[in-house]
Design a protein around this ligand. Structure first.
Ligand SMILES: Cc1ncc(COP(=O)(O)O)c(C=O)c1O
Length: 423
């Protein structure tokens, strides 16, 4: 029998011993399902870098303005940042409670009551998570059995595809097509069946900026009841709606609350995307089920950031209204620049994002166009097909997502540079 000890013995005394093991290592596992679900695994098994990584690297190497990634280039409110510093100095540096500190859970409950009239039990119906991302992950891992279907709109935020696949679920989509990117209600009706376990909606929607209207949300509730499905509502852009369009939390509709998990986060509302303080709100039995997974993902997170986000949630209504109107002005600034450059441009009712069709400029393939855009105009965007599965690419091929959550001077510069596309 050859053992490791024997091999050590035989190589002793040699200056450059032969490598002891030559066997290739197998890296199999659930990661491949997650990568495939997020459309990052090619048919030949090759793992592709995300288009976000590629475009961010391109922005860095060319000095182009990065309107690809959806994070603000200005930090959130000073008062909130100061509260986190104070919390560190006051000793909030050890594990916080598993469900989140009471102060934050109560602030989340008060916020839901103030804006949407919902009464919550802060002890049992609120769970603090490591960003909305962990809330999505724990919810899907906790509530799905292999083979269960999850219905989402498409394009979709990439973590949905990854986590549905990781949980062994089957991802069924309903397209949001140009020009208005709203769902066809008959297609939604057809997509939800007795196999559906979760209807996962995202409003305001990344990447289209669509804000779902009451009749669509009512249909979601009706279908969830008809097929005994759970509604998961990703509302991270809840305060960022424009032109008087109202964000309606689905859980505020009759019959929804008892079967809805609402997910949100401090990231977008307070321009603090790196803090990763998120939360979910659900009936207690759903919170308990999701908590049993969440406690083994991160257990807890962000002790000093939790009281700071609690402070932010207690800001007056004017803070939230100002955040939305400032962002609407930025949408208009970038939208006008894109239109002047020759794109056909969407008018998003919410979120950080605007869609521009490059076809009128003679570019049918947005992937190719985005790779050339830094050289053509010194700007970076993301092809919309990054949020769409290959079988639906055709309908979205020439569309580009641009983020307008950037400083006004940056957007002005981008608008001027985009005008070069006309020349
Ligand atoms: C629709 C959507 N959901 C969830 C998230 C993640 O939020 P968080 O940073 O709180 O994890 C994002 C961030 O881009 C998003 O766009």
């Amino acid at each position: 029998m050859t053992t490791a000890a024997h091999q050590v013995g035989r190589t002793q005394g040699k200056l450059h011993p032969e490598p002891r093991y030559r066997d290739p290592m197998t890296v199999s596992g659930a990661w491949a399902r997650a990568a495939r679900g997020a459309m990052l695994l090619a048919d030949d098994g090759a793992l592709r870098p995300t288009i976000f990584a590629e475009m961010t690297a391109l922005a860095a190497s060319t000095g182009a303005i990065n309107l690809g990634q959806g994070f603000p280039d200005e930090d959130g409110p000073q008062q909130v940042r100061d509260a986190a510093k104070l919390a560190i100095d006051s000793g909030a540096n050890q594990y916080p409670p598993g469900r989140g500190i009471p102060e934050l859970r109560e602030a989340i409950a008060r916020h839901q009551h103030r804006f949407y009239g919902l009464e919550l039990d802060a002890d049992r119906e609120v769970l603090v998570t490591a960003g909305a991302t962990e809330a999505i992950a724990a919810t899907l891992l906790g509530l799905l059995e292999p083979g269960d279907e999850v219905v989402t709109f498409e394009p979709f935020y990439d973590s949905y595809g990854a986590m549905i696949a990781l949980a062994g679920g089957v991802h069924v989509t309903v397209p949001l097509r140009a020009p208005d990117f709203t769902p066809d209600l008959d297609e939604l009706r057809d997509a939800v069946t007795s196999r559906t376990r979760i209807i996962l909606i995202n409003s305001p929607h990344n990447p289209t900026g669509t804000v779902l209207d009451r009749s669509t949300l009512e249909l979601v509730v009706e279908l969830a009841h008809q097929h005994d499905a759970i509604i998961v509502a990703d509302e991270v852009y809840e305060h960022l709606t424009f032109d008087g369009v109202e964000h309606i939390p689905v859980s505020s509709l009759p019959g929804a609350r008892e079967r809805t998990v609402t997910i949100s986060s401090g990231a977008k509302t307070f321009s603090l995307t790196g803090w990763k303080i998120g939360w979910l709100i659900a009936p207690r039995e759903l919170v308990d089920a999701i908590l049993s997974v969440k406690q083994f993902l991160t257990y807890v997170n962000g002790a000093p950031f939790q009281p700071a986000i609690a402070l932010g949630l207690s800001f007056p209504d004017s803070f939230f209204a100002d955040a939305a109107s400032t962002l609407a002005t930025k949408r208009d600034l970038l939208g006008a620049g894109l239109r002047r450059a020759g794109f056909e441009v969407s008018r998003p009712s919410g979120s950080y994002f605007i869609l521009a069709d490059a076809a009128p400029l003679g570019f049918d393939d947005a992937v190719e166009f985005c790779r050339r855009l830094p050289e053509l105009a010194g700007v970076v965007g993301i092809p919309l097909t990054a949020f769409v599965r290959p079988e639906r690419h055709a309908a979205f091929r020439s569309l580009v997502r641009f983020a307008f959550c950037k400083r006004t001077d940056v957007l002005e510069r981008a608008a001027v540079q985009l005008a070069d596309l006309r020349r």
